[in-house]
Design a protein around this ligand. Structure first.
Ligand code: ZN
Ligand code: ZN
Length: 342
């Protein structure tokens, strides 16, 4: 079968690999589509994961083979799955922090989403695999995992009716957050970025204000839009650590800041510490997704609550993953979500 293997930083090769063998409790899917995530690009370009490896985790596929003990699914079912399953019993899981469970990052689909055929292990099948209804296309189904990740973050945001929400970063994740914030009842959804085409997309899917921070002063705009109050919720959806200092200055009293991005560079930032006590602000980080957010993500797509059409801009074949990454990271391109198909 074809799979695109990452050998070392930026070295991707599409090769012939053996089709994974499955046990009695597992299934084999034929990959129909797999989203290219910002974290895949970070892993391919950085050194955070062991290589060689096959990346890709926003996958939808058709079950073409199943073990004799598998009753939950049938051959021909179109399913989505995700990559990590927590143990549900450790110190962190007991406190509800499933994504930092020790087991979480140790298990994976085999060999990864950027492959023609994928083995779904027993634990994934039990906790993370869901049938996709017919009214969701293959391309849309790849968004279920990122939508579920955003829902995981938004649980911490606790958006209430009438809240104003600022999303820093208008990439796929930022634009999903914007749409979900509206669904959760936010009154004013503001998004900021440096890319004009991304900001235009954000307006098309329902953002109320889109601010290009190369042209406008974000603090002034927020003051104007919120009548000098600041925003109730800020979601940082871009990996620039200085945004955290900005967010602390822009959040309303009793407001919440959700850090939804990895800050790998410039890890130390200065923040106005006086705001914690007298203004009761909160900063909370959220990473990845737990098994509990998938049903809601599926339901939102089934009920056509999200505009996904505007979000998926490009489709590439498996052996053009490098090209897909180059396009996706080129600030001059009008690109949002890129999907890989086998
Ligand atoms: Zn992802
Ligand atoms: Zn655990």
């Amino acid at each position: 079968m074809k799979a695109t293997v990452c050998y070392k930083q930026n070295d991707l090769r599409t090769e012939d690999l053996p089709i994974p063998e499955i046990s009695d409790n597992e299934v084999l899917i034929k990959m129909l589509a797999c989203g290219l995530c910002g974290t895949d690009i970070q892993k391919i370009r950085g050194d955070s994961v062991q290589k060689p490896t096959v990346l890709g985790h926003e996958v939808v596929g058709e079950i073409i083979k199943k073990g004799k003990n598998v009753n939950k699914f049938n051959l021909g079912d179109r399913v989505i799955t995700a990559i990590h399953v927590p143990c549900f019993t450790c110190h962190y899981c007991n406190k509800g922090h499933y994504t930092i469970c020790e087991q979480f990052r140790t298990n994976n689909i085999d060999p990864g989403g950027f492959a023609e055929f994928i083995r779904i292990p027993e634990l994934h099948l039990k906790h993370l695999t869901h049938k996709v209804s017919d009214n969701i296309s293959d391309e849309e189904a790849t968004l279920i995992e990122p939508i579920a990740c955003c829902l995981h973050g938004l649980k911490q945001a606790d958006i209430r009716a009438n809240d104003s929400v600022l999303i820093m970063g208008a990439g796929t994740i930022g634009i999903l957050h914007a749409q979900l914030a509206k669904i959760k009842g936010a009154n004013k959804v503001i998004i900021s970025d440096i890319s004009e085409h991304k900001l235009q997309k954000a307006l098309k899917v329902g953002c109320d204000y889109a601010i290009n921070i190369l042209e406008k002063n974000l603090a002034d705009e927020i003051k104007r839009i919120t009548n000098n109050q600041g925003v109730d919720v800020i979601i940082i959806a871009a990996g620039v650590s200085s945004l955290l200092s900005d967010a602390v200055n822009l959040v309303r009293r009793a407001g919440k800041i959700i850090v939804f991005s990895g800050f790998d560079n410039n890890k130390l930032v200065e923040i106005d510490a006086s705001r914690f006590f007298k203004d009761e602000i909160t900063i909370v980080g959220t990473y990845s997704v737990t098994p509990y957010e998938f049903p809601e993500a599926l339901d939102l797509l089934e009920k056509r609550k999200l505009n996904t059409k505007e979000m998926i801009t490009h489709v590439f074949p498996l052996d053009k993953l490098s090209e897909a990454i180059n396009l996706s990271t080129n600030p001059k391109e009008s690109v949002l979500k890129v999907i890989i198909k086998s």
